[in-house]
Design a protein around this ligand. Structure first.
Ligand SMILES: NC(=O)c1ccc[n+]([C@@H]2O[C@H](COP(=O)([O-])OP(=O)(O)OC[C@H]3O[C@@H](n4cnc5c(N)ncnc54)[C@H](O)[C@@H]3O)[C@@H](O)[C@H]2O)c1
Length: 250
């Protein structure tokens, strides 16, 4: 209880999946949560449930970021935690089949979002300190042949996190920036993707075989790591990579 008591925390892509589990956990631990998502209804419904603020927000749009940050500034006057969670593009194609248009689309939501979000958060956090947590992936560490743009975007998020961490530390901002690297997590979308496959039992078995721990993760497994990085318990961590993957990258 109260591990992030009174902190104002914004979670992008917070209406579903890992983002929703994170928003719920941060709220349960005392944070005032701002749920942003391209799905306005979903963001507002969860925010209402948690007593926070819901904002319609395309995380790849600079104009939407300025709007969201203005609302946070007006309502709370500060931001203590930013969770850059929104990301798309898993499973959509190898280098021969993906178009440049697909690539730009994935980069925009998965990586540009972290760049713009970090910029906006620093403006609000400077002087008071804060924590930025970026949700990368195992594919930001270990490439996936069938996910060219996604691997590129998640790898970029990993190093962007470190660049921001160094910049903030050197300037004495007391803003920490860390990344989280989930293995395969059983979100609604992921389960739907597995079940859509003709050979869904084989797909699940193949994924399980890649996770030495013997099971796939749940959104809460990642939310627990994000909570730790958002809280003061991780005050000596910045620029680090928290891998939560059941041994996938070993
Ligand atoms: N699920 C996994 O197995 C897994 C593994 C590794 C990394 N990740 C990463 O974790 C993060 C969350 O993944 P998830 O599986 O929970 O996601 P998800 O596909 O369940 O989507 C979560 C939310 O993101 C929202 N969203 C989509 N596009 C958006 C945009 N442009 N702006 C704002 N919100 C948008 C959706 O409306 C949805 O509510 C992503 O960055 C993903 O790449 C997921």
């Amino acid at each position: 209880m109260d591990r992030v008591k009174g902190k104002v925390a914004l979670v992008t892509g917070g209406a579903d999946g890992i983002g929703a589990a994170t928003a719920r956990l941060l709220a349960a631990e005392g944070a005032i949560v701002v749920v942003t998502d391209i799905n306005r209804e979903g963001a507002e419904a969860l925010a209402d449930e948690l007593g926070g603020l819901g904002i319609a927000h395309d995380a790849g749009s600079e104009a939407d970021w300025h709007h969201a940050i203005r609302l946070v500034r007006e309502r709370f006057g500060r931001l203590d935690v930013l969770v850059n969670n929104a990301g798309i593009g898993a499973g959509i194609g190898d280098i021969e089949h993906q178009t440049l248009e697909d690539y730009h689309k994935v980069m925009r939501v998965t990586c540009d979002s972290v760049f713009i979000g970090s910029k906006c958060a620093i403006e609000l956090m400077k002087g008071r300190g804060g924590a930025i947590v970026n949700v990368s992936s195992i594919h930001g560490i270990k490439a996936a042949a069938h996910e060219a743009a996604y691997s590129a975007a998640k790898g970029a998020v990993r190093l962007l996190t470190k660049s921001v961490a160094l910049h903030c530390a050197r300037n004495g901002y007391r803003i920490r920036s860390n990344s989280v690297h989930p293995g395969y997590i059983q979100t609604t979308q992921m389960i739907a993707w597995m079940e859509r496959a003709d050979n869904s039992a084989d797909v699940r078995a193949a994924l399980l075989a890649q996770h030495p721990i013997g099971f796939l993760g749940e959104p809460e497994d990642i939310a627990n790591g994000i909570l730790y990085l958002a809280s003061e318990e991780s005050r000596f961590m910045t620029g680090s990579e928290l891998v939560i993957d059941g041994g996938y990258t070993l």
